[in-house]
Write a protein that binds this ligand. Structure first.
Ligand code: ZN
Ligand code: ZN
Ligand code: FE
Length: 752
């Protein structure tokens, strides 16, 4: 007889790990115990050598679906001669350092029960088990026990309690366990709050099929739902939501329906059907099935599959519904019932609500596939609050993130807890949510930060808030943080060449950077190359009005002859455009920028694609879409050597204007622009590598959401002796910024 002490770290709480251990112990005839402790699961097992060997092997190999094992450590213990194997209760407060699981899409077992007429949870929209269901969205405090969740108010009936108490049951200690007798329920209301009679699912389906807009309370907040094939319903939703042309995501009733709508690679299918169930950006097929207003003029479509039981009840196989977050533009997603009613009453015709409060809102996550692997665009529901595993031990740091697409980050040892997608902080409600979410994370993961990292931009609300926290602070340059975020994902700690392309980030010289080639490690960076500074005529206005960048370029190139060029762009310019340019020439409200995002704007406006935008990055996105499937030719540009080396695209824009005058198509020129930008980035990387002998190249910044550009750069660098790194688990946009800030700040405290 022998006895082993075993500890397992990772995501092992709230995922059915103790019953799994219990069953294994029985299979191998072992006695002993298992419990949740502060770092995961701890156990002692006793029996014959063969049984112990079998147990340890199975422990590693047969992990429950939602568990993610960090480390398993074994020590030998004195034999105790226990008579049986028991699950011990965790000591209260001991789970402080444990991990909270993200929300998980309904599992196959629960789906089967949901559709089984003889099951006591037949068509019950809150069905869940240890392998699935809400987690992060219902947790108020740790340890993850029912009393600390928004299920606390529902007392389990006898049948539910029996499942909850029985170690071999799939619902053993499933904290949200519930049934129609004892659990939450859905109600369907009209705008005035009157309860509608009849079966809520049947009625909701009827309303949607009649073209109505229904606000549906789900896991992490409210969705606005309507029939995605009903042109009128989609238009009404756009008008009421005040969203001109930003694409809506859809939910499809089955994988077969997704296949009819879109091209689907094995990697994309895996993402769609995985437990996180994000929105996956896919290439549309030409079917004409969807209303054109869902994603106007867009060859791509954001698609997700049902993830909450209620979605499975609402959508049958062929259904396609718009499922857009329940908010008006720029506000955070509604999750509180009273608030939802107030804010969504002008948008939704009906409300499908339930009485299980949402403790933490979680927007749908958005991913796309780049080179057969997941490439994150928005990390929230299904991923948050799983930590990102770091390669270094960090002291507790709070990183504030940026201003747009904000997320924050807290570190604890080798773990980085990246917060949920918060949104654009300029909005008051969003900013309040930001402050509240930071505090909740501090409490949930028991982190008391020693240092606060913020962006150097003095006007960011995240920066101002950092300074109010009465903690030591450190300012981190925006693009250094972008590059460090990639380094954190791969554990890189040596100097790399960081290519950081985005819309705007505050530079150390007070200019707006965004086309940067940095030689960086976690301690610092030198700016060895960047795009030529050009003025941003009108400042922030130029970001929403791309014509300003194009007008500046035309003025530079052609002066007074601009009006006679006879290209569409000049005809689309507002009458007083020259006044704006004169002001810019005098330096009035015209900061200098090296931003690649603004080069995209210049190109999109010059080509005549877009003069004014309605959402962030719209011109760049449309330029990428215009180039889809078209091969362009290389345009001239200029790389001037020196430190920093400068890339000047003025010759490329001149060539574009000439081609336009000879009738070149916008798609062709969009393709030329991509190719030229890729070629220029590659030339600069090679130039800097020659000087520094650095061969690790890192790509980050919002521009690299553009996988057309990224693919071209990768292809061009194929034969170079470089190692290329891109984001996988955090977004390349400012949603990943906080991770980079955190690791740089952690390094400054000297504890890597
Ligand atoms: Zn389940
Ligand atoms: Zn019950
Ligand atoms: Fe950025």
């Amino acid at each position: 007889m022998k006895r082993l002490g075993i500890t397992v770290s990772g995501i092992v709480q709230g995922v059915g790990f103790r019953p799994f251990v219990y069953n294994l112990a029985h299979r191998y005839n072992l006695s002993g115990w298992v419990l949740n402790n502060s770092s995961g699961v701890e156990m002692e097992v006793e029996g014959y050598q063969a049984g112990l060997d079998g147990f340890v092997l199975a422990l590693r190999q047969e992990v429950p679906p939602l568990a993610v094992i960090g480390e398993i450590s074994l020590t030998s213990r004195p034999v105790m001669k226990d008579s049986q194997f028991v699950i011990r209760y965790s000591v209260s407060g001991a789970a402080k350092a444990a991990l909270v699981s993200p929300d998980v899409a309904i599992c196959p077992d629960c789906r089967q029960e949901l559709g089984n007429g003889t099951d006591r949870r037949y068509q019950y929209p809150f069905i869940n088990c240890t392998n699935c269901g809400p987690r992060y969205s219902i947790i108020q405090d740790v340890p993850y026990d029912r009393a600390n969740t928004t299920m606390a108010g529902f007392i389990m009936c006898e049948a539910c309690q029996q499942e909850y108490d029985k170690p071999t049951d799939r619902r053993f200690h499933a904290q949200p366990n519930a049934c129609p007798v004892c659990g939450p329920a859905y109600h369907l209301l009209d705008r005035q709050g009157n309860v509608l009679c009849g079966d809520v699912v049947t009625e909701t389906r009827r309303l949607v099929s009649e073209g109505k807009i229904v606000a549906v309370k789900g896991i992490g907040g409210y969705h606005l739902a309507c029939d995605a094939c009903n042109e009128r319903a989609v238009q009404v939703l756009r008008q009421r939501k005040i969203r001109e042309d930003k694409p809506f995501a859809v939910m499809a009733g089955s994988l077969e329906t997704v296949r009819m709508l879109c091209e689907l690679s094995p990697a994309e299918e895996q993402l769609l059907t995985g437990p996180a169930r994000p929105i996956v950006l896919l290439n549309k097929k030409q079917t004409g099935q969807l209303a054109s207003g869902v994603a106007p003029g867009n060859p791509q479509l954001g698609v997700m599959l049902p993830y909450a039981p209620v979605h499975w009840l609402l959508l049958t196989g062929q259904d396609i519904w718009v499922m857009t977050s329940g908010n008006t533009s720029d506000e955070p997603i509604a999750y509180d019932d009273a608030d939802a009613f107030e804010r969504l009453a002008a948008i939704a015709d009906y409300f499908l609500v339930h009485n299980r409060p949402i403790a933490n809102r979680a927007d749908d996550s958005v991913v796309r596939v780049f080179q057969n692997e997941s490439y994150m665009l928005r990390r929230s529901r299904g991923y948050v609050p799983s930590p990102l595993e770091l390669h270094w031990n960090l002291p507790p740091v709070l990183a504030m993130g940026g201003e747009l697409k904000n997320t924050f980050c807290l570190t604890r040892g080798k773990q980085a807890f990246l917060g949920p997608h918060i949104g654009d902080l300029e909005n008051m409600a969003t900013f309040a949510y930001y402050k509240q979410a930071i505090n909740h994370f501090k409490q949930l993961f028991a982190v008391e930060p020693q240092l606060v990292a913020y962006d150097l931009h003095p006007e960011y609300l995240s920066t101002k808030y950092a300074q109010q926290l009465s903690l030591p602070t450190v300012g981190i340059q925006h693009h250094h943080a972008h590059v460090a975020a990639v380094m954190a994902e791969y554990g890189l700690n040596e100097p790399v060449i960081g290519v950081a392309f985005d819309g705007t980030g505050y530079g150390t010289d007070g200019n707006l950077w965004g086309g940067e080639f940095l030689v960086a490690d976690l301690e610092g960076f030198s700016r060895l190359g960047h795009c030529q500074y050009i003025p941003l005529p009108g400042g922030a206005k130029a970001i929403t009005e791309p014509w300003r960048m194009a007008a500046w370029m035309l003025q530079e190139l052609y002066g007074k002859q601009t009006a006679e060029l006879g290209i569409a762009c000049t005809e689309q310019l507002p009458v007083n455009w020259q006044l704006a340019m004169q002001a810019a020439a005098k330096g009035l409200n015209s900061p200098f920028t090296s931003s690649v995002g603004r080069l995209f704007d210049t190109a999109a406006a010059l080509i005549g694609l877009r003069q004014t935008i309605h959402y962030e990055g719209q011109a760049a996105i449309e330029l990428e879409l215009a180039a889809a499937g078209i091969s362009g030719e290389l345009l001239p540009y200029h790389l001037s050597s020196g430190t920093p080396a400068i890339l000047d695209f003025t010759p490329a824009f001149a060539a574009m204007v000439q081609s336009l005058r000879h009738g070149a198509s916008s798609g062709y020129l969009a393709a030329c622009f991509h190719l030229t930008l890729a070629d220029a980035a590659v030339s600069m990387v090679r130039y800097i590598s020659q000087q520094t002998a650095i061969r690790k190249i890192v790509f980050s910044g919002g521009v690299f959401q553009n996988t057309t550009l990224l693919s071209q750069i990768f292809r061009m660098l194929e034969k170079d002796p470089f190692l290329l790194y891109v984001h996988r688990h955090v977004p390349a946009n400012d949603g990943g910024l906080a991770l980079g800030q955190a690791v740089i700040a952690g390094k400054k405290l000297g504890c890597c």
